[in-house]
Design a protein around this ligand. Structure first.
Ligand code: SAM
Length: 292
């Protein structure tokens, strides 16, 4: 997989040299390049922002440096051989050498929320380009223009506002990169994680068996795989019900066995037709209906 990140603070992305992602880069599993947007400015001050049309606070990122930087990222995805300069409006979309359109991820609090499903989907793509906005964001025409060359994905890390896209890109690249085959040494560890099956992960423990008078749950010392696996599943269901009721409401009843349903019932959830709903809807968000 090839990843290009464009930012006015390329040093911010230095963390991508570390740990599993850094190792994956060294091993050639991830080809990751960070580019300074200011390399694509034409003036002495290397200006990347200007005042907003229509007035208002803050500055907006100018479109031309972005178009040049993104065109360079496209060329890089073509091995540098095919200069895919900004194409005229209406021209044929440009794909990557390996097939499929490159994906342009535009971090934005106004984007679709990034989830494990997004990470799984993007981990299958060959070329991802991340455009780190700053100030009030990037001139919207860049998104329109980029749509002729990329699949454009405005993507939010969550419902809060950061100062820039770099932190969001660090999180997204890590979540995507660890799903690329070979990046995580033991692929088994990806299977039982939070969000892999719509539930949060069970609690985990290591040695010593008793720490500061707190023993590890006895079942985990039993060596009985069936009991351990049931105990873990129960904890997943309880923890998800307590912390993320939205995930419980999104469960497909077809994946719930009798024991699962019994645990959920204790937590106040029942299966009604094709939905998992609150047993007592009176005190909750959507009386009589599945909680969205
Ligand atoms: N004025 C913008 C708005 O209200 O939608 C916020 C701009 S924010 C100060 C500057 C940049 O930070 C954005 O362009 C984006 O790149 C990044 N950013 C801020 N919050 C984010 C979030 N929740 N997810 C992803 N990127 C975010």
């Amino acid at each position: 997989m090839r990843i290009d990140v464009v930012s006015i603070f390329p040093e911010y992305l230095a963390a991508l040299d570390l740990s599993l992602i850094g190792k994956a880069r060294q091993q050639g599993l991830l080809e990751l390049t960070v580019t300074d947007l200011r390399e694509f400015t034409g003036d002495r001050h290397r200006t990347v922002d200007d005042t907003p049309y229509g007035g208002g606070a803050g500055m907006v990122m100018k479109p031309e440096p972005w178009a040049l930087a993104l065109a360079a990222a496209l060329r890089a995805g073509h091995g540098g051989a095919d200069p895919a300069a900004p194409a005229p409006v209406g021209s044929a979309p440009v794909g990557t050498a390996g097939g499929g359109r490159p994906v342009l991820v535009v971090p934005s609090p106004a984007g679709e929320v990034f989830t494990q499903a997004t990470a799984r989907e993007l981990a299958l793509r060959e070329h991802l380009v991340f455009a780190c906005g700053r100030y009030e964001g990037i001139d919207e025409r860049v998104v329109d223009w980029a749509g002729e060359h990329f699949e454009v994905r405005p993507t939010s890390l969550g419902d809060y506002v950061l100062n820039g896209g770099e932190v969001a890109v660090l999180a997204m690249v890590e979540a995507i990169g660890r799903l690329v085959p070979g990046v995580v040494g033991n692929p088994e560890s990806l299977v039982e994680e939070s969000h892999s099956d719509g539930l949060l992960e069970y609690p985990v423990y290591t040695k010593p068996a008793v720490w500061r008078e707190r023993p590890v749950p006895e079942v985990l010392l039993s060596g009985h795989h069936g009991r351990i696996s049931r105990w873990r599943r129960d904890r997943q269901l309880q923890r998800t019900a307590a912390r993320r009721p939205d995930l419980v409401a999104a469960l497909d009843p077809a994946v719930l066995d009798r024991s699962d349903r019994a645990v959920l019932a204790e937590e106040g959830w029942v299966v009604a037709g094709e939905h998992v709903v609150r047993a007592d809807p009176s005190g909750h968000d959507a009386p009589g209906a599945p909680v969205a």
